[in-house]
Design a protein around this ligand. Structure first.
Ligand code: PBG
Length: 324
């Protein structure tokens, strides 16, 4: 009688390697980094052990490391000085705003060796911490915000970003940015759209990382965590609006959404292993409760297995070392 024994192919590391369905390679990992204004030296972020706020000098070195490691890209976030924040987040598009200076520095450092992504959102730059501007009633004004995103995207393209990355979940933001870039002669600058972005508790440590001023939550623009089909809908909308890459965020708790989006999309799908996902593993590993290398490798493999072609993770450089 025929014995069906799947364990045959699990007997040795070489056999397991032969039949492994999902491989992660450094070229599909994007490293998110924070650049803060007015720092003399990099400052550790206590909620994200191992991650720092960079200076304009240290971010150049970090970008160089990412390029040498063969990573897929670097995603830049700006952290302005508190006194430079205002109601409209004007530091977001100022040529001398910290994010635009960081884009220019990194683009100068790595040239075409490493794709440079820029976060396109106002939340780090507004004194109320919301991703957009507020109307008279205090609600986030969609269309007024989108107009500012276009202005910000143009300033990021001028600074040298390869792809702008609208993360504010305003309706119509991708189409407006695409039209704005094209009209200004930036047809070659791409859009990584934060398409299915959920109002998530897992963004907690990020808010410390960027010195967020937010009081309250983002539930009127980010998605409800219970909604699966809506994630597909948002990603489809962004694809039709001209997104070059669509993204699901957070990643680990939303593998079903990643899988759905991967099945329906014609464009590459990214996923963001966010600050809280990183912090949980880092904190448990610090206590000796979990194996850091094993947990990061497995979590990112699972995100890729679900259908993400590109993964943003704060562990990107470490993973490259482990994968080598
Ligand atoms: C908004 C933005 C956020 C993150 C990326 N872009 C925060 C938010 O929406 O509140 C979160 C990233 C993370 O948690 O690692 N500009």
């Amino acid at each position: 009688m025929t014995e069906i024994r799947p364990r045959r192919l699990r007997r040795t590391p070489a056999l397991r390697r032969l039949v492994r369905e999902t491989r992660v390679s450094p070229g599909q990992l994007i490293l998110p980094v924070f650049v803060a204004d007015g720092l003399d030296e990099p400052r550790p972020i206590s909620s994200l052990p191992g991650v720092v706020q960079h200076t304009l000098d240290s971010v150049r070195a970090q970008a160089q490391r990412a390029a040498s490691a063969g990573l897929g890209g670097i995603m830049l976030f700006g952290v302005p000085r508190p006194e430079d924040k205002d109601a409209n987040g004007s530091g977001a598009w100022a040529e001398d705003g910290i994010l635009n200076r960081a884009i220019a520095a990194v683009a100068d450092e790595v040239g075409d060796d490493l794709p440079v992504f820029a976060d396109t959102c106002l939340d780090e730059f507004t004194d109320h911490g919301h991703c957009g501007v507020l109307d008279a009633s205090g609600a986030v004004d969609n269309d007024a915000t989108v107009a500012l995103y276009v202005q910000q995207a143009l300033s990021q393209a001028a600074a040298g970003a390869d792809l702008v990355s609208p993360s504010g979940m305003m309706d119509g933001q991708v189409a407006a940015i695409r039209h704005g870039l094209d009209a200004a002669g930036y047809g070659g600058v791409g859009i990584l759209a934060y398409s299915a972005k959920y109002a998530s508790a897992f963004f907690g440590p990020f808010r410390e990382a960027v010195g967020s001023s937010l009081v309250g939550d983002r539930k009127t623009y980010q998605q409800d965590p219970g909604n699966r089909r809506e994630g597909s809908y948002e990603a489809w909308l962004d694809e039709t609006e001209g997104a070059d890459i669509v993204m699901v965020k957070p990643a680990g708790p939303y593998l079903d959404v990643i899988s759905d989006v991967a099945a329906q999309s014609r464009v590459p799908v990214a996923a963001y292993q966010v600050s809280g996902e990183y912090a949980m593993i880092a904190a448990a590993a610090e206590r000796g409760w979990i194996d850091r290398r094993g947990a990061f490798t497995e979590s990112v493999t699972s995100i890729v297995r679900a259908g993400a072609q590109v993964v943003l993770t704060y562990a990107a450089l470490e993973l490259e070392g482990w994968l080598r």
